[in-house]
Design a protein. Structure first.
Length: 281
């Protein structure tokens, strides 16, 4: 009897499984939709399309639709708008950068640091400017280069002054703005340092002599080197010298004629003065 009840308990634990073929399996779930959100997206898209159409076309009074002119605005750095006409604005910037830094440090550096530090940093700025002008800005802005070569056998030093070849039409491929900017800054630099040197001598500021002499030597070296490179600059300087000599000679001639004129009038006036005759005991 006991065995029979155990067998019946085992049958109670058996399960019967079956598959319902009417239910589809592995069907992807569609994404949930929100009608309110979808309508908002559609309205924003339509507004953007309308705005784009409005900005790209304009309607005239006659009813014809014409495209609006596109903007030619080119963003530039603040304070550097004068370089827009340059073919090499970066070279123009560095042609001026180290010079301005050296001048600013020379004038204002003593308020923030010791004189010896001002001297060292000014010399470094002038050395960096000398290298940039000699090797980069002169070649890019005016097509000139100067350098020296040492003969390994004899040890003799030869200086070489080079200029870019003209174009096939006989003209120059140098930008006019770059040329004026390069030569103007190049000539103005030693003049400013000379002014500061004379001022330091006048006020007996001997601690500035090392900085000023170094700046003068480096800046004048670049002026001389590029002057030798450019036949056009040599011609211009010769014209300036001839014009100055002509003006000086003309001034001397006019001064001599005026002097002789006034001198003759004075001598004539003195000669016509009548003295009173008299006798002295």
């Amino acid at each position: 009897m006991m065995q029979h009840s155990n067998h019946e308990d085992t049958n109670d634990l058996e399960f019967t499984t079956s598959i319902d073929q009417s239910i589809k399996q592995n069907v992807p779930i569609p994404p949930p939709t929100n009608n309110v959100l979808q309508s908002m997206i559609d309205s924003q898209s339509s507004k953007a399309t309308t705005t784009t159409t409005t900005t790209t076309t304009t309607t005239t009074l006659s009813g014809k639709i014409q495209p609006s002119p596109s903007s030619s605005y080119t963003p530039t750095l603040p304070g550097l708008s004068f370089l827009t006409n340059s073919a090499h604005p970066t070279a123009c910037l560095f042609h001026l950068l180290f010079k301005a830094a050296a001048f600013a440090l020379y004038l204002l550096g003593s308020k923030f640091m010791e004189d010896i530090m001002v001297t060292v940093i000014c010399i470094l700025f002038n050395a960096a400017d000398f290298w940039v002008v000699k090797n980069i800005s002169g070649r890019l802005l005016v097509g000139l280069r100067w350098w020296n070569k040492v003969d390994p056998v004899t040890g003799a030093t030869s200086w070489i002054f080079e200029s870019a070849a003209p174009t096939s039409e006989g003209g120059s491929n140098v930008n006019s703005f770059d040329s004026r900017f390069f030569w103007g800054v190049l000539y103005a630099t030693p003049l400013l340092w000379m002014f500061f040197f004379l001022t330091a001598m006048l006020w007996l500021q001997f601690q500035c002599f090392v900085t000023l002499v170094t700046a003068l030597v480096l800046s004048c070296s670049n002026v001389y080197g590029y002057y030798q490179c450019s036949a056009d600059q040599r011609r211009k300087v010769a014209d300036w010298m001839n014009t100055g000599m002509e003006m000086g000679v003309g001034a001397m001639i006019r001064g001599g004629m005026i002097g002789r004129l006034f001198g003759g009038v004075r001598r004539e006036a003195v000669a016509t003065v009548d003295t009173m005759p008299g006798t002295f005991a």
